[in-house]
Design a protein around this ligand. Sequence first.
Ligand code: 4NP
Length: 162
Amino acid sequence: MTAKNSKNTSIKVLCVCLGNICRSPAAQGVLEFDARRRALMMQVDSAGTAAYHLGKSPDPRSIAALSKHQIDISGQQARQVQLTDFDEYDWVLAMDKSNLNNLMKICPSNLQSKLVLFSQFSGGDEDVKDPYYGADEGFDKMFEHLKSLSEFFLDHIESQRL
Ligand code: 4NP
């Protein structure tokens, strides 16, 4: 039994997208909400592979889409992925294949197994579509997609526990 599978140990999860203002802050909010509902000990953070929006709040459209489901992500602040994240987190969940590829380029080879596409736990390999340049309804679709992927991921985590 590894430490991360112990019932009394918090699992550390980092959600990663490009800008850290639309998808990964929303993924963080959904995972925190769903993990709490399952009484799972989990620490979740999010980051971007790019540095476009450092220190900014999530996109107001992401905040609005999640607030419809009683999830408040307004207190988050964008940051960029850093090398220490690969040591610190048990799982690094990429929102799409482009960001997964970029993570693979900077992650030390002995820690690459922590990198996964978020959709892999649903048995698929689809991207969480970037809603940034689209219409507001793209953010509701993003929420529904993240909600489904969150349940698959947490099912996987629970199935690993003794
Ligand atoms: P995110 O969306 O990666 O889901 O945060 C984006 C946010 C900003 C930009 C691109 C994607 N941008 O080009 O500024």
